[in-house]
Design a protein around this ligand. Structure first.
Ligand code: 6PG
Length: 474
């Protein structure tokens, strides 16, 4: 008999994972502290096309019933909102957990919380896995990408379930034990950071098309569809085309995107990635600029005011032809490559400092299907890290060196165009700046060090001899 899985939390992600697990032949017992949520799921199960599915799902009406329905060792998947609700639930479960029980947190929890919870549960012999789940609600139902972190023995217990419900790429499940401790949630957090960066790059490209080339929304949609067909097609490129082509049903004219308020929201995983970049000392600038771009976008009132006060160039029109769109495409692809490079470099540094044992090729494999940052590029990234597991930065691999060499002229051309026509492209600019900063043999930090020593006697080192120096600057 297949293992029975317990799920607590019947939000859309919890419901869809339950259905997915049941569909793969496993028994599922679910519980939600909120009675309405249990009732709603019970009702939707009655409608579930396959009666077989509902026969494998039991909706428990109390936590006690839920716990006693699970065979030992119990496997409990928490699908509740990250933060306080997870701690509350663990508080309730704690007294009932016994040695060998496994608790899996499938929410977007902060990796430091996951480490703390792992340590708490370890005291009673229970095992705790932080599981990053990507792919939205559709993914949860039909195949998410899953990044697990924690005790390998606990993962081994979950592996058959996870592998059968995950998305697959060429027959390989997009699911792995990526590392110890908080590695699963850390990798998912950085996934989201890259997601923020790529989304912002896509939005910047749309803005260039809209405000400089004056293309209508349908045309923009076609451009993204066209790029998606190319060698670096991606899910976000595909849905950019989808979203831009959606008609506005409310107004019965124009496209829906034009009616959407240009104020961005965020739930925090991007910001956490930036905090981690600062903590581990990594220049993850495409991610930080993407987070700040959302912050800037949310200051709508100030932008409206400033747009009437701060001057810019008069003309905002450039000729659009196949060459200019190619330059934009190359700038987009080059920037996306930098976003992945920075994300992987951040994971690499964190796993080294924390000793999680994350292998970057494993992460890239898991991201090839099911998750939001899936793209054809990840195939190449897998090959790159498989060939060079210790590669310190993707940009240093022969393939990407060659690619960026091809793209850089267009990348710079597009940056000039954006500066001239006053279109803010923070992430594409940050990506190019990172590329140039990274390939700068002699930086300007010699002057920085001089300044620090001048005003604060902070000392400096010399290029021509060892030792720490301080100068009485005149
Ligand atoms: C995923 C998504 C998912 C969620 C984001 C949204 O991988 O499926 O990343 O986790 O949609 O957290 O984040 P924001 O609301 O901050 O944009």
């Amino acid at each position: 008999e297949q293992r029975k899985i317990g799920i607590i939390g019947l939000g859309v992600m919890g419901q869809n994972l339950a259905l997915n697990i049941a569909e793969k032949g496993f028994g599922v017992t679910v519980f939600d502290p909120w009675e309405e949520a249990r009732a709603a799921f019970g009702t939707s199960l009655k409608k579930e096309a396959e009666a077989e599915l509902s026969s494998r799902i039991m909706v428990a009406d109390s936590l006690d019933t839920f716990l006693s329905a699970l065979p030992s060792p119990r496997v409990i998947l928490l699908m509740v909102k990250a933060g306080e609700p997870v701690d509350e639930l663990i508080g309730k479960l704690k007294s009932t957990l016994v040695s060998g029980d496994v608790v899996v947190d499938g929410g977007n929890s902060h990796y430091e919380d996951t480490i703390r919870r792992q340590e708490e549960l370890q005291k009673m012999g229970a095992l705790y896995i932080g599981l990053g789940v990507s792919g939205g609600y559709e993914g949860a139902r039909h195949g998410p990408s899953m990044m697990a972190g924690g005790d390998p023995a606990a993962y081994a217990l979950m592996k058959p379930v996870f592998e059968s419900i995950a998305a697959s790429y060429d027959g390989v499940p997009c699911c792995a034990h990526v590392g110890l401790g908080g590695a699963g949630h850390f990798v998912k957090m950085v996934h989201n950071g890259i997601e923020y960066a790529i989304m912002q790059i896509v939005a910047e490209a749309y803005m260039v098309m809209r405000d400089v080339y004056h293309l209508d929304t349908t045309w923009c949609s076609r451009v993204f569809a066209d790029w998606n067909e190319g060698p670096f097609g991606s899910y976000l490129m595909e849905i950019a085309s989808t979203v831009l082509s959606q008609p506005d049903d409310l107004n019965k004219s124009g496209s829906l995107v034009e009616a959407i308020l240009d104020v961005a929201e965020q739930k925090g995983t991007g910001r956490w990635s930036v905090e981690a970049a600062l903590k581990y000392g990594m220049p993850s600038t495409t991610i930080s600029e993407a987070v700040f771009a959302r912050t800037m976008a949310s200051q709508k009132n100030q932008r409206v005011k400033a747009s009437k006060i701060l001057p810019g160039p008069d003309s905002k029109t450039a000729v659009v032809d196949s060459m200019s769109l190619k330059a934009l495409r190359d700038a987009v692809f080059a920037s996306v490559i930098v976003a992945y490079a920075q994300g992987f470099a951040l994971i690499r540094e964190a796993t080294e400092q924390e000793e999680w044992g994350v292998r970057l090729s494993e992460v890239a494999k898991v991201w090839r299907s099911g998750c939001i940052v899936r793209s054809k590029l990840l195939d190449t990234i897998v090959t790159t890290f498989d060939a060079e597991p210790d590669l310190i930065n993707l940009l240093l691999s022969d393939f990407f060196v060659g690619l960026l060499a091809d793209y850089q002229e267009d990348w710079r051309k597009n940056a000039r165009l954006c500066a001239e026509h006053a279109v803010a492209t923070p992430v594409m600019s940050a990506a190019l700046t990172y590329y140039d900063g990274y390939r700068t043999e002699r930086s300007s930090a010699n002057l920085l060090q001089g300044l620090r020593d001048c005003f604060g006697a902070h000392t400096y080192r010399r290029t021509d001899c060892d030792g720490i120096f301080h100068t009485e600057w005149k």
